[in-house]
Design a protein around this ligand. Structure first.
Ligand code: FES
Length: 69
């Protein structure tokens, strides 16, 4: 798995099918990618809702390779 930290923005995760578990709820998302909030201000956590632009969030871009999954 590869995570991409977008400059001044969220974390992009590529895939095909994501299973989100929060508390006792589970949701399957069939989509090619999701964007996870990195700024902490999203109103739709754990996903990015674009708020990072409004608050002027700044952070460098980068990647994280997850091996062995
Ligand atoms: S990174 Fe987009 S709302 Fe937090």
């Amino acid at each position: 798995m590869r995570l991409e930290f977008l400059e001044n923005g969220p974390i992009r995760v590529e895939g095909e099918r994501f299973t989100l578990r929060v508390g006792d709820k589970e949701e399957v998302l069939e989509k090619p990618r999701v964007f996870l909030c990195r700024c902490g201000a999203s109103g739709n956590k754990p996903f990015c809702d674009g708020t990072h632009k409004r608050i002027g969030f700044q952070a460098p871009g980068g990647t994280l390779e997850v091996e062995g999954d």
